[in-house]
Design a protein around this ligand. Structure first.
Ligand code: PLP
Length: 391
């Protein structure tokens, strides 16, 4: 297909040219004298992105799913109880992983499209007088539904009950795009990965552990770990190296990504995502008259919008035609919501005009299958929002 491919899934995201260039550098010796400078620079800059002074960042060859496993296996033991909410595809998968690892899970069910129910976490924590619950898990940004949950609120709930549970957060589609504050929110373990806000190819699990998680739990957890054993990583990273051959190109790319994020300024990165998301939401609601899966005010994600199909239409057809006819990749409805919604990712290296293309292509594909949206309406609503918002 001629022309540019438009990648608007909520990860992997478009990799900017300067990051591609960094990834393409010639191979190096990962045991060279120069290598520790790269390790220390990347790990230090990551702490800025996680907003932690006392925490410790870790980079493993893996994806977000591997990051979940790193968090669980290094802080918990089989038989431990955790509490978690199931509000979409990814929070569901993390719960499934907990069970595979032999954890007992108190599962809080909510409608897909709702945020994590903080008050119900608090009720359970209040009843848990003996502190049987060892960790509370939350998905900060549920990518399958486009919903952002209140991590700081969950920390307050834990503290209000005087509970000792750790706070483990999936920040895969929020960190480096939506404000995330490890220290201020008392997060004990945060999980991110390379192919979303970090604008890299998939391949790295990027995690961060609090001092408390490292000191109190990591050394005594009884979950078998080998490759993902943090203690090995700590000992090697302290000397500037890795306990195994790291992905040099990805580390070079991560360094370029961090430079980009910190040069733009994290607050500016978050404000850009918020402004771009605001325009996309206007386009969907005021232009097309369609609903988002996210229902509650203040929970609509700044990194991904999940658009509900009008009755009788299949979102997989929209996605198929967008790809075949317009060279546009949209995110699918996952598991329970397959066919009922499609998603536009608006995270990473993006601006207004790129999003106009996504809205336009999605609109053409919707009209192609007979959905009665007015041509040009989403772009008109979004672009007027962006114009006025900038003045
Ligand atoms: N958590 C969230 C919120 C995600 O969006 C994803 C993937 O999109 C994952 C976890 C799993 O990450 P990965 O596919 O990189 O393993």
């Amino acid at each position: 297909m001629s022309g540019q491919h438009f990648l608007f899934v909520p990860g992997p995201t478009t990799v900017p040219q300067d990051i591609m260039n960094a990834i393409s550098a010639p191979m190096e010796d990962h045991r060279s004298l120069a290598f520790p400078e790269l390790t220390h620079c990347v790990l230090d800059d990551l702490k800025e992105v996680f907003k932690t002074k006392s925490g410790r960042a870790f980079v493993f060859p893996a994806s977000g799913t591997g990051g979940w496993e790193i968090a669980l296996t290094n802080t918990l033991s089989p038989g431990d109880t955790v509490i978690a909410s199931r509000i979409g595809h990814f929070s569901n998968l993390w719960i499934n992983m907990c069970k595979r690892l032999g954890l007992e899970v108190i599962e809080l069910e909510a409608e897909w499209g709702e945020a994590a129910p903080i008050e119900r976490y608090q009720e359970q924590l209040a009843m848990d007088r003996n502190h049987r619950i060892k960790a509370a898990l939350i998905c900060h940004n549920e990518t399958s539904t486009g919903v952002t949950s209140d991590v700081a609120g969950l920390r307050r709930a834990i503290d209000d009950e005087g509970h000792s549970a750790m706070l483990l957060v999936d920040g895969v589609s929020s960190i480096a795009s939506i404000d995330f504050n490890m220290d201020a929110w008392g997060v004990d373990f945060a999980v991110a990965c390379s192919q979303k806000g970090f604008m890299l190819p998939a391949g790295l699990a990027i995690t961060c552990a609090s001092e408390k998680a490292l000191n109190a739990f990591q050394k005594k957890t009884r979950t078998p770990r080998a490759y993902f054993r943090l203690q090995d990583m700590i000992e090697a990273n302290d000397t500037g190296y890795f306990p195994f051959t790291p992905s040099l190109p990805m580390l070079r790319g991560l360094r370029a990504s961090l430079r980009r994020l910190l040069d733009e300024g994290l607050d500016n990165v978050f404000a850009r995502h918020h402004r771009l998301a605001g325009g996309v939401r206007r386009g969907i609601r005021d232009g097309w008259g369609l609903d988002l899966c996210a229902r509650q005010q203040g929970t609509k994600s700044d990194t991904v919008s999940a658009i509900m199909m009008p009755d009788g239409f299949d979102s997989n057809e929209v996605i198929r035609l967008a790809q075949l006819k317009y060279n546009l990749a949209l995110g699918a409805g996952l598991s329970k919501v397959s066919g009922r919604l499609y998603r536009i990712g608006h995270l990473g290296d993006l601006n207004e005009l790129m999003l106009c293309a996504a809205l336009s292509g999605a609109e053409m594909a919707m009209r192609d299958i007979g959905i009665d949206v007015t041509p040009g309406s989403a772009v008109a609503a979004a672009s007027e929002y962006w114009r006025s918002d900038k003045q």
